[in-house]
Design a protein around this ligand. Structure first.
Ligand code: MG
Ligand code: MG
Ligand code: MG
Length: 308
């Protein structure tokens, strides 16, 4: 029986490449593992799969009656539909532990590194003692560069840098950071993309003290790229908030060169922004220098503010 491997909804590069790389390792161990995606790929992920010669994983959104594994998340809101009507066999993740539970023991591996790809390298080498194929090394390396924003993110650890160095050698990539910059440019593509697709390009829903909170992020090589579409993005956030009965919807406009985020917010309680970040909204946004990471610099202060 096939075992389906899923990254989170609104997949980023790590969600897709970790599903492929973990499924490949499972196959080496005799499991009929099939990598899946829960949504459309962003332009960066498409570029990565093309470069290293992988097909786009199949689209699946429901696990009723199926066996499955999760990578890059363990939150119910980011998991496939009917997660509790299938059998979860494994989780490999680098986020806070989510709210998924199981009736039986499973393989559960969480390490606080910058990327699932970094953990997978350790699992290949040290736990299951398997060689990493060159093209798999290439996509894992790409995911680490993406998740750590070329090592600039507060989430980046020495283990991530070590992994990129090693995986680049296996993949035959001489200058991983140059490749990372190419990826960042692809990820910045906004021209001609519908505002709704931009809001959901890298988007996650959270349950914060009983409140539905959505946080999207656009990682850009320059904020000039969105200068003309800010009003459209804001209007879209208002729609998303109303549709999902959400308390707040945030969009991180992250300038990866300036290393800062202009945080756009639509919320029932503008005071939550000040509680979380110590700064008031000015109009539609608040400027947050040094903030690149949703996981480490957005979610924890917001959860704290909602719990207060
Ligand atoms: Mg991810
Ligand atoms: Mg990740
Ligand atoms: Mg990310």
């Amino acid at each position: 029986m096939a075992v389906y491997v899923f990254g989170h909804k609104s997949p980023d590069t790590d969600a897709i490449t970790a599903a492929i790389a973990w499924a490949e390792l499972q196959k080496m161990l005799g499991v009929d593992a099939v990598p899946c995606r829960q949504g459309d790929l962003n332009p960066e992920t498409k570029l990565v799969l093309e470069k290293f010669g992988f097909d786009v994983p199949e689209l699946r959104t429901d696990v009723t009656g199926e066996k499955y594994m999760l990578v890059d998340h363990s939150d119910i809101k980011q998991a496939p539909d009917n997660w509790d009507k299938g059998e979860l066999l494994a989780v490999v993740d680098h986020h806070k532990i989510g709210d998924i539970t199981t009736p039986s023991p499973i393989f559960f591996c969480a390490m606080p590194y910058g990327c699932t790809g970094t953990i997978l390298r350790i699992l290949y080498k040290d736990v299951f003692k398997k060689e990493i194929p060159a093209n798999i090394a290439g996509i894992m390396m790409s995911a680490i560069l993406s998740d750590t924003v070329l090592f600039k993110s507060a989430t980046c650890t020495p283990q991530d840098k070590e992994a990129v160095e090693d995986l680049a050698k296996i993949a035959g990539i001489d200058k991983p950071l140059d490749w990372g910059m190419e990826m960042a440019k692809a990820k910045s593509a906004v021209e001609g993309v519908a505002p709704r697709d931009l809001v959901f390009r890298d988007y996650k829903d959270f349950n914060m003290s009983g409140n539905n909170v959505g946080i999207g992020q656009l990682e850009l090589v320059s904020l000039d790229l969105v200068a003309n579409i800010r009003d459209d993005l804001y209007a879209e956030l208002e729609k998303v908030k109303a549709e999902g009965n959400r308390h707040s919807v945030f969009l991180m406009l992250t300038d990866i060169m300036q290393e800062a985020t202009d945080l756009m917010a639509v919320t029932d309680d503008p005071g939550i922004v000040e509680k979380a970040f110590g700064k008031k909204l000015e109009g539609k946004t608040v400027w947050l220098p040094g903030v690149l990471s949703r996981k480490k610099q957005m979610v924890p202060p917001l959860e704290k503010a909602f719990a207060a």
